[in-house]
Ligand binder design. Structure first.
Ligand SMILES: NC(=O)C1=CN([C@@H]2O[C@H](COP(=O)(O)OP(=O)(O)OC[C@H]3O[C@@H](n4cnc5c(N)ncnc54)[C@H](OP(=O)(O)O)[C@@H]3O)[C@@H](O)[C@H]2O)C=CC1
Ligand SMILES: CC(=O)N[C@@H](CCC(=O)OP(=O)(O)O)C(=O)O
Length: 307
């Protein structure tokens, strides 16, 4: 028998994709409550306390309530919500940035948000290497497929086929900003400008840099080299050294758990654009949860992933 894994919220967008990645894995016995019991707190409490691992795929408030239902000191948790990403006692589940051993040995792991996955992957290694300042007011533009907003946003985009682009977070203060600041190693919250496009999945996260104003002119190749070294050997995070003329998201994109990073630079070295391309439901959510589960269970981090 394998380790038992209860997915709380398995009928949702993230939960379904995790179940899909875990189906057929002999190392795990999947526990999923049927439609009648999936919101029954007594049934959930029993499943939460019986399981070796729990993956929470719930809205923030429901995720906090689920953690409160755990009455033992044994069950290990991965929370896909944004409830615990900067909370004390929780390990941020970004193994490439935080360290694989830290995730492997943690009891409470908080999965990164989809946009922060791209932002932190780009910025944290460069700040640590001293190639970018920590005390800079960064900007982050990003577009996501509509599955990033879960069942409600999927329904909205699939009912109203006339929406091509939706800018949001216009009052600032998006819930991802705290983790972008803390785990990016930054002194100030970045100005985060997210948008949704009429595609089911996929995202591009961009960080434009005024290198002259930052007193870092001509640092493009050093940034490329630093990122390539930081992620060397990662089967999941790829650093490309090419500079294509365009980055495309295709509406027909298939699920994928990789994260691809690039540094684009002006010929005169005065400006750069850092760019991350990922699947919001892959390394942005479900793929990351499965990677973290693999590490916590002492397995190959890529088992079951779509690479
Ligand atoms: N979608 C994405 O790309 C990403 C999502 N996340 C996070 O993952 C979490 C899940 O998101 P997502 O899958 O997109 O959301 P969905 O809305 O698609 O799914 C959430 C699921 O949770 C269920 N649920 C809500 N409240 C309860 C409760 N009290 N008890 C049991 N089940 C409950 C819902 O039930 P019902 O079906 O009845 O509505 C639904 O099935 C969220 O915190 C989200 O922010 C993180 C990264 C990326
Ligand atoms: C397109 C869209 O709506 N995306 C979601 C974020 C998806 C995600 O990363 O989930 P967490 O919020 O749990 O991190 C948003 O902006 O709120």
């Amino acid at each position: 028998m394998g380790a038992s894994v209860f997915i709380d919220g398995a009928a949702g967008t993230t939960g379904l994709e995790i179940a899909d990645r875990l189906s057929g894995r002999s190392e795990f016995d999947l526990v999923i409550l049927d439609d009648e019991r999936r919101k029954d707190d007594a049934a959930r409490a029993e499943a939460l306390n019986d399981a070796d691992f729990v993956i929470l795929c719930l809205p923030d408030e429901a995720a906090k309530a689920a953690v409160g239902m755990i009455r033992n000191d044994r069950t290990r948790l991965i929370d896909a919500s944004s409830a615990h990403r900067v909370a004390p006692g929780w390990t941020y589940g970004f193994p490439e940035v935080i360290g694989r051993d830290a995730v492997a040995s943690a009891r409470f792991v908080s999965n990164p948000g989809c946009y922060p996955t791209g932002f932190i992957a780009l910025v944290a290694p460069l700040v640590r290497a001293g190639l970018l300042p920590a005390d800079w007011p960064y900007v982050c533009h990003a577009v996501s497929g509509y599955s990033g907003g879960g069942k409600a946003l999927i329904a909205r985009f699939e009912e109203d086929r006339d929406i091509a682009f939706r800018a949001y977070g216009l009052a600032m203060g998006h819930k991802h900003v705290p983790e972008m600041t803390v785990h990016g190693g930054l002194a100030y919250p970045p100005l985060f400008a997210p948008a949704v496009v009429a595609a089911h999945r996929g995202m591009v996260v961009e960080v434009p840099l005024q290198l002259v104003a930052m007193n870092k002119p001509g640092s493009v190749s050093a940034m490329r080299k630093a990122l390539a070294e930081f992620y060397a050997g990662s089967p999941i995070v790829k650093v490309e050294t090419d500079s294509p003329d365009e980055l495309l998201l295709r509406a027909s994109m298939e699920p994928v758990d990789t994260l691809t990073l690039r540094v684009f630079g002006a010929k005169d070295g005065s400006q750069a654009r850092l760019a991350a391309v990922l699947d919001n439901l892959g390394k942005g959510a479900s793929g990351a949860a499965v990677q973290n589960l693999n590490l916590m269970a002492g397995l190959d981090e890529t088992a079951g992933l779509r690479l």
